[in-house]
Design a protein around this ligand. Structure first.
Ligand code: SAH
Length: 246
């Protein structure tokens, strides 16, 4: 099979329906791998033939749609608090492997990490890089986006876009089993999960989340889990219910 390269949309110039020019990091990569004119390569989701190679750019002609691999049928969004650096890096990498479709980091009252605008942007870029590497490593041919870091107020709005949201709350007495059963039985495939910061949510924040119509508060058991453990265990069980082949 032709080799796959992931090129972000900002590095693609669309000439017409069938022809594109790519630039950026993957151009070097393609050259290092000694690809040449007329070779077929996969760029994102398409098979292309190399038409012209320059130092900084490569012209490509579209041949066909590339086969999709490892792409989940479900649409699981992870809303995760801005955890400390290495913790969030870890969660992003593992969430991609487990089949999350997109990731939205947020800032709530107990988030310790403080970022100004410039550093926020850098952080999101780094997280996207980790997500991309994880996609490649685990053989997913889609791309998991880590969205911009949002504030709690905005999070509440965004949650409403999902069909169902499971809010992992250590003070909850509500059973996760019942919620999973409903997701399975009603074939709900557009799900979000919320994982709080190391210090959790304030009770006011928790109350506000619980009030949102499509949000269900769930317990992950009597033990208090670290945010990373909570994220991975909840992703795993929700994916298990939503994906046919598991
Ligand atoms: N507020 C707590 C711990 C927060 S744990 C404290 O400081 O003691 C971090 C996050 O993991 C929580 O916000 C929650 O989303 C999730 N979490 C951890 N244990 C959980 C449990 N038993 N049930 C549901 N969610 C849990």
């Amino acid at each position: 099979m032709a080799r796959r390269f992931i090129v972000s949309d900002t590095d693609i110039k669309y000439l017409d329906e069938n022809n594109i020019i790519i630039q950026g990091k993957e151009v070097k990569h393609i050259q290092v791998l000694r690809h040449n004119i007329d070779d077929e390569i996969i760029v994102n989701n398409g098979i292309y033939k190399i038409k012209e190679m320059k130092r900084e750019s490569i012209s490509l002609e579209y041949i066909n749609k590339a086969e999709e691999l490892g792409v989940p049928n479900s649409n699981l969004t992870l809303f995760v608090a801005l955890l400390k650096n290495d913790k969030l890096d870890f969660v992003v990498q593992k969430a991609v492997e487990l089949g999350v479709k997109n990731i939205v980091p947020f800032v709530s009252n107990n988030v310790i990490v403080k970022l100004d605008d410039k550093n926020r942007q850098k952080r999101v870029e780094k997280l996207n890089k980790i997500a991309l590497e994880a996609c490649k490593q685990c053989g997913r041919t889609d791309y998991v986006e880590v969205e911009d870091i949002i504030q709690f107020a905005k999070l509440k709005d965004k949650l409403k876009e999902k069909n169902r949201v499971l809010f992992a709350y250590e003070c909850s007495k509500d059973s996760l089993k019942n919620e999973l059963k409903e997701i399975k039985e009603c074939n709900i495939l557009d799900v979000g999960i919320i994982i709080g910061a190391e210090g959790g949510f304030t009770s006011k924040e928790a109350d506000e989340l619980k009030e949102i119509e499509n949000v269900r508060c769930v317990s992950l058991g009597e033990r208090i889990l670290r945010a990373e453990t909570a994220a991975l265990s909840l992703i795993s069980v929700v994916m298990y219910e939503m994906e046919e082949e598991l």
